[in-house]
Design a protein around this ligand. Structure first.
Ligand SMILES: [Zn+2]
Length: 285
């Protein structure tokens, strides 16, 4: 009996790139694609057995995958409730579509251990709707690709705040951000955020919006590994929330930078200027 090697995390897995390609596409699934995935998802004996084997808890990797599924479900929280005007797909269909996504990820992860038929059965809904198998090369770039690099730089900068416990520079940056968060015009911020979010809904980016806000929160919440100081002893949770809002607003501003007007962008991005390197993405790049 051959035993699959255990990988300590998703990044080390040989299929990591393929898994990421599927996961990266998920926040941008359109309503039509969701309906298509839901219509094609089936739960027959073959699929069930393939899924059971793909997600058998014999590797640490399965924890990573289940966490990724949790993250996906969180992105679709509004859709799974289905009450908001901008959620036209019935929750039962959204739920079935997410099961099709889960099966596509499971198929990619477990491919070396699956028979051809099992792989085909698990990946069929994704393959049919997306027009290609869930494999390398299938990672479509977002329409607003020029924002991607700027957003990544911003989130990376947020992570560097994690050493504020012992490092003066990130500590000063954090303090600067906090002061600006405390002193900005809340009404202006609300209006800009509302305007940008409306644009995100209209352009099908509201899940990417949620994803960015979550990533910003995780970035700011990251702690240094060398000081054994409890998080709350470094900076209070309330302060972290204010700084997170500032970073998340800027990330969302960058996401919408190709369609939002200058005033909105200025409101969302300006509080970071001089503290966090923040280049506006070039249009059409
Ligand atoms: Zn430290």
């Amino acid at each position: 009996m051959t035993r699959r090697p255990a990988y300590s995390n998703l990044a080390e897995h040989p299929q990591a790139q393929d898994v990421r390609a599927v996961l990266a596409r998920v926040p941008r699934l359109s309503d039509v694609e969701l309906r298509g995935l839901a219509a094609r998802w089936r739960n027959g004996a073959v699929v069930e057995e393939a899924r059971r084997r793909a997600l058998s808890p014999d590797t640490v990797l399965v924890v990573d995958i289940l966490r990724a599924f949790d993250d996906i479900a969180a992105l679709f929280a509004d859709d799974l409730v289905g009450e908001a005007d901008f959620c036209p797909v019935p929750p039962s269909l959204v739920s079935a579509a997410l099961k099709a996504v889960r099966d596509a990820v499971a198929a990619v992860v477990a491919r070396p251990g699956l028979s051809r038929g099992e792989y085909a059965a698990l990946s069929a809904p994704w393959r049919e709707v997306m027009g290609r198998p869930p494999l390398a090369g299938s990672s479509d770039r977002p329409a607003h690709k020029s924002a991607g690099a700027a957003v990544e730089r911003l989130l990376a900068a947020a992570v560097t705040l994690g050493t504020r416990c012992h490092d003066d520079r990130p500590a000063a940056t954090y303090e600067g951000l906090l002061v600006r968060a405390m002193t900005r015009d809340e009404d202006e911020r609300e209006q800009a955020l509302h305007s940008a979010h409306t644009a995100a809904v209209l352009t099908g980016r509201r899940r990417e919006w949620s994803l960015l806000r979550r990533d910003a929160a995780r970035g700011v919440a990251r702690r240094c590994g060398s000081c054994a100081v409890p998080a709350a002893a470094v900076t209070p949770a309330y302060d972290d929330e204010r700084v997170t809002e500032l970073v998340a607003d800027a990330a969302c501003g960058l996401l919408m930078s190709d369609v939002a007007d200058d005033r909105v962008l200025h409101t969302l991005l300006a509080p970071l200027s001089g503290l966090v390197p923040l280049a506006r993405p070039t249009s059409g790049a």
